[in-house]
Design a protein around this ligand. Structure first.
Ligand SMILES: *Cc1c(COP(=O)(O)O)cnc(C)c1O
Length: 360
């Protein structure tokens, strides 16, 4: 068996240990005589799996007791609509910070539901930095403030948590949740699709402060109402059972790796290796402001874009795939989530050096 180093932005690599364990348990989970996929979501075996997954997530992120953890579906994209539907609470306005493709999409969807005030934007420099707090022009009458804490496509990450006073802060953390410690109490709501850093596609995690629930606008489908999902333990209907199970295995893997502090150290080591080389290189370049560079998604361009195809081909021959940049920005992008081993980044940097020596 030979596994590739998969640098995809998502669905992305999962820890080998987790996949092996899921494989071992495929035909018979803990003597149940069943695969988790075959279990009733209301049976005691699956309830145990879901409860343990939630508890492990709570432990990892130190989620305060007055926050609900929801295991939903529809991806982060559905949250672009679900957030305004649930959080506007009769107000007509929300603040959005625009730092790239994903926050632009969230903004666009929100305009269907309310007036969107762009409180800050980094469009002036082609979305290559995180606007500092001083540049945020918040509205006093906004129902909430939304931002994307890690822009997956542009590779821009907020390494600080904004302060929006009494207005609830909402974060799309899809591509860096569980990559570093975070103070959940500073947020009203955090959401993330699972397929970047948590587990299989199909699961969406929502962490929401209790007092923000129960004000969904008229017409909100029952499964999209946070309050009703919370009351039903995220099981108003059949949840993404297998995805929840694998996410649970990932949570335990992170715990073994030293929790979020431990995983953050590993991520920093990987990111430093790659950015360190990019900054020394005269051939490859990352366009993002140093302080705002993502530890998870590292876009870079070659001095000669006509060599892109050759670079990608050579990478594949060396067991590294999915390095092609997003169609909107071109170039390359290496997504180095929690499950990307250090050896994967080492192999990438060694190949980049070799490529630069040949073409630089
Ligand atoms: C991938 C991604 C999304 C979209 O996620 P889906 O689960 O495909 O809806 C939204 N926001 C961010 C930051 C992402 O990385």
């Amino acid at each position: 068996m030979s596994r590739l180093f998969n640098f995809s932005a998502g669905p992305a690599m999962l820890p080998e240990e987790v996949l092996a364990r899921a494989g071992d348990e495929m035909l018979d989970w803990h003597g149940s005589g069943m695969c988790v996929m075959e279990m009733s979501h209301r049976g005691k075996e699956f309830i145990t799996i879901a409860e343990e997954a939630e508890q492990d997530l709570r432990d990892l992120m130190s989620i305060p007791a007055d926050y609900k953890v929801l295991f939903l579906q529809g991806g982060a994209t559905l949250q672009f609509a679900q957030v305004p539907m649930n959080l506007l609470g009769g107000k007509g306005k929300a603040d959005y910070v625009v730092t790239g493709e994903w926050s632009k999409k969230a903004t666009k969807e929100a305009r269907t539901y309310c007036e969107v005030h762009v409180a800050a934007s980094s469009e002036d420099r082609n979305f290559t930095y995180a606007p500092p707090q001083e540049a945020w022009k918040l509205s006093a009458d906004a129902a909430y403030v939304h931002y994307c804490s890690n822009e997956t496509i542009g590779g821009v990450e907020f390494n600080w948590t904004p302060d929006c006073g009494s207005v609830p802060l909402v974060a799309d953390a899809s591509s860096h949740i569980l990559s570093r410690p975070v103070d959940v109490s500073k947020f009203g709501l955090i959401y993330a699709g699972a397929q970047k850093n948590v587990g299989p596609a199909g699961l969406t995690i929502v962490i929401v402060r209790e007092d923000l629930m129960g004000r969904a606008q008229k017409g909100t489908p029952t499964v999209m109402d946070y309050k009703q999902q919370a009351a039903a333990g995220s099981m108003l209907n059949t949840p993404a059972t297998y995805a929840i199970y694998v996410a649970g295995l990932v949570f335990k893997w992170i715990k073994r790796a030293g929790g979020l502090a431990g995983i953050a150290q590993r991520n920093l080591t990987k990111a430093n290796l790659l950015y360190g080389y990019l900054d020394r290189s005269a051939f490859f370049r990352n366009p993002v402001a140093k302080n705002d560079r993502s530890r998870m998604n590292v876009p870079f361009v070659l001095a000669e874009p006509k060599l892109d195809a050759e670079f990608l081909k050579g990478a594949e021959e060396r067991g590294m795939v999915q390095l092609k940049g997003h169609r909107s920005v071109g170039g390359m992008r290496a997504s180095i989530y929690n499950a990307m081993p250090f050896e994967g980044v080492q192999r990438l940097v060694a190949y980049m050096k070799e490529f630069e020596a040949r073409h630089g």
